[in-house]
Ligand binder design. Structure first.
Ligand SMILES: Cc1cc2nc3c(=O)[nH]c(=O)nc-3n(C[C@H](O)[C@H](O)[C@H](O)COP(=O)(O)O)c2cc1C
Length: 200
């Protein structure tokens, strides 16, 4: 039985987020295919996530799994205990939404999700996999636009830093282009999500 952490980083209310609609399709299909697995839904806007607290940063960074009861470390411990990750994020200003960055700052903790060695930091989250479901208003298919994109790219790098190198993405572009049939793009993406979930 796997533990799947479903991380939602969207500010819109229930039913309005295109990203969450696609990610929900993925989760629905995954559940059908893996009824035994535990899905833990973490809506970051409901989670009480905060910026790293002033004066506590060094205490957190030197922590370990032994400090599991420290409330500052609850997100890192929950993250480390998951086997699979499904992330729903829209791109915001070429990067990830600030709340998702605050979450990453709370989970990338030495001794829990990575550790320092003589050769530098190494990830501790091994044999896990992640999928990033990302939507974007624009089109990032050209080499130039793709070089500006720091949302999917950042998440891939930071997950890799924590040891999660099996990282795939469903990236849905052009959702804010007035020439596009947005509903058709979404339906296609939801179908892709349902299919991808079968092999996740
Ligand atoms: C604050 C903000 C910043 C955005 N920045 C970008 C951006 O840099 N590039 C882009 O392609 N779309 C950008 N968008 C558009 C969203 O990524 C796009 O509409 C996305 O599909 C929204 O997903 P949602 O319906 O799940 O909220 C931005 C939207 C918001 C609200």
């Amino acid at each position: 039985m796997s533990k799947v952490l479903y991380i939602k980083a969207d500010a819109k209310i229930e039913g309005e987020s295109r990203t969450v609609r696609i990610a929900d399709s993925f989760i629905e299909s995954y559940k059908k295919n893996n009824p035994e697995d535990e899905i833990i839904e973490l809506d970051l806007y409901e989670s009480g996530i905060q910026f790293l607290p002033k004066g506590k940063v060094m205490e957190m960074r030197g922590a370990g799994m032994n400090d599991k009861n420290n409330p500052l470390l609850k997100f890192a411990c929950q993250f480390a205990e998951a086997d699979k990750y499904v992330i729903a994020e829209p791109i915001w200003n070429l990067g990830i939404p600030a709340i998702l960055k605050a979450y990453i700052d709370s989970v990338a903790i030495g001794g829990i999700t990575f550790r320092y060695t003589e050769k530098g930091p190494v990830g501790l989250c091994l044999n896990k996999k992640a999928i990033n479901i990302i939507t974007r208003g624009g089109d990032y298919s050209s080499e130039f636009k793709s070089s500006l994109e720091m949302a999917d790219k950042y998440l891939r790098n930071i997950f890799g830093f924590m040891g999660i190198t099996d990282f795939t993405s469903i990236a849905v572009d052009r959702l804010d282009m007035i020439t596009e049939d947005t509903e058709a793009l979404l339906n296609k993406a939801m179908e892709q999500a349902r299919e991808t979930a079968l092999a996740f």
